[in-house]
Ligand binder design. Structure first.
Ligand code: NAP
Ligand code: HSE
Length: 444
């Protein structure tokens, strides 16, 4: 009998920011990993669109391929890292690999959000493995926390900063009074931004990640139509400054609420005002932070780098280690038939709350023509919708015959606020569409 260590063949589909990071760090720590795991790790090949593109991480040209299916089918490949992004070819490759019983590792939140149910079913059917720690919050092990360390809990609230790009932009705008465009250029250069950057800026990437967290916490795949999804494009430097007058900071948040007594659930991603002294208000730059409130543990907050080559590679390599342990016969399995049945049972007990049921405090910013009686019209509309104002701050703009009004409200339903804003937009004295942000106080 041979004592040679088990050979583990790796195929990396996508050798961009994340793919190169994975191989760079894995190559550096390979000896140590091999010793700890008792295996030999071999890079069989990487797959890209353009094999001649110059890349910072160098590998032999013969290992740079362009046919992902050929790489997946190579009998030497045990673990496929899908790090290309997208939801069509990536789906086909993932399912193909899983049907061959291979282990797949992914950072692709868009794919999991759209096709998670089908992918997870393929895992349990064909006995492969699927790990996706890098898909949410970069280097923070929040998925492992939900499926392992915090598994004893029912989560009433999960609030998180889960898009590194949005947090980076808002932080740099706030701290350096930098323009949105300049901050965005830096975020692109640093490898934080998605190939389709509207995914980051319009809140869709955070929605994809929130859907994954909601599934792991509540067993429910939440469709887009049942959610509030807003990005940061309308948040101005002025709003960031005004927020501090209300004792708050603006952060782009994902918010998942579960009311166990009513059987309802909400999922939203949007920029919101949070108190300056809250933990999440101090999570700046590319960092992400997630506060999970469970019935057993209370609130646990995880903070770390949420995007970029190194943080994401760290999560992917953690998954590679899990996959290798599973290949060596470790007892821990995830996404088994039993797992999926228990998620389905959990999910069936929650329904999405209606806009009438979702209550929040709000911040409103609007510009008014400087004329007597115009504020009264605004307050009449708010009163008609039962919206009670908590605090008002007005700013004049000398010589412009207009004033900026900012106010905070007491809790009111999303539906009432929507109706009020529709009416406000019709007022001739309101000079531009009002900006509406929610005000939250995340548990800590
Ligand atoms: P990227 O830099 O754009 O890299 C994508 C890679 O995929 C490139 O190497 C590209 O080839 C290859 N590729 C794309 N389409 C292909 C095709 N049809 N056939 C073969 N190869 C193809 O993207 P990334 O930032 O590394 O992101 C990869 C995945 O990780 C995405 O799902 C993203 O959402 C996720 N993610 C990214 C981060 C981050 O901070 N960047 C963090 C967490 C998760 P070429 O190089 O030849 O163009
Ligand atoms: N574009 C994503 C972000 C990458 O900025 O958070 C990490 O998922």
């Amino acid at each position: 009998m041979s004592n040679a260590p088990l050979k583990i063949g790796l195929g990396i589909i996508g050798f961009g920011t994340v793919g190169q990071g994975v191989w760079k760090h894995l190559a550096a720590t390979r000896r140590n990993m091999e010793m700890r795991l008792g295996v030999k790790i071999e890079l069989i090949g990487v797959c890209v669109r353009d094999p001649d593109k110059p890349r910072k991480v160098k590998i032999p040209r013969t290992q740079i391929l362009t046919d992902p299916f050929a790489l997946v089918q190579d009998p030497r490949v045990n673990i496929v890292c899908e790090l290309m992004g997208g939801t069509t070819l990536a789906r086909d490759i993932t399912l193909h690999a899983l049907r061959l019983g291979k282990s797949v590792i992914s950072a692709n939140k868009a794919l999991i959000c759209e096709h998670g149910m089908e992918i997870f079913a393929a895992v349990s059917q064909h006995g492969g493995q699927y790990f996706f720690e890098a898909s949410v919050a970069g280097g923070i092990p929040v998925i492992k926390s939900l499926r392992e360390g915090l598994v004893a809990n029912c989560f009433s609230e999960i609030v998180g900063i889960i898009n590194g790009t949005c947090n980076y932009l808002l932080s740099r705008m706030e701290k350096e009074s930098l323009s949105y465009e300049t901050a965005l250029k830096d975020a692109r250069r640093l490898g934080y931004v998605e190939a389709d950057e509207s995914l980051d800026l319009d809140g869709v990437d955070a929605y994809h990640k929130a859907v994954i967290l909601a599934f792991l916490a509540h067993g429910k795949w939440v469709p887009r139509k049942n959610t509030l999804v807003e990005g940061i494009r309308n948040v101005t430097l002025e709003d960031i400054r005004r927020a501090s007058d209300f004792g708050c900071k603006i952060k782009h948040l994902a918010v998942i609420h579960r009311d166990f007594s009513k059987g309802t659930m909400t999922l939203g991603v949007y920029p919101a005002l949070i108190p300056l002294d809250s933990i999440l208000a101090r999570v700046d730059g590319v960092h992400n932070g997630i506060s999970l409130t469970g019935d057993v543990v209370g609130t646990t907050t995880l903070v770390g780098r949420g995007a970029g080559q190194d943080a994401t590679a760290s999560a992917v390599i953690g998954d590679i280690v899990d996959a290798i342990r599973a290949l060596k016969g470790a007892a821990f399995k995830f996404l088994t038939t039993e797992d999926l049945e228990s998620y389905a049972t959990l999910g069936s007990t929650a329904r999405m709350a209606t806009l009438e049921e979702i209550l929040s405090r709000f911040y409103l910013r609007f510009s008014l023509r400087d004329k007597s009686g115009v504020s009264a019209e605004v307050y009449r509309i708010l009163a008609e919708e039962g919206i009670s104002v908590a605090r008002v701050i007005q700013y004049e703009h000398a010589g412009t015959q207009r004033g900026t009004h900012t106010l905070s409200t007491y809790p009111v339903s999303e539906a009432a606020m929507e109706r009020a804003v529709r009416k406000l937009r019709k007022l001739r004295s309101v000079l531009e569409p009002p900006l509406v942000l929610r005000i939250l106080a995340p548990a800590s």
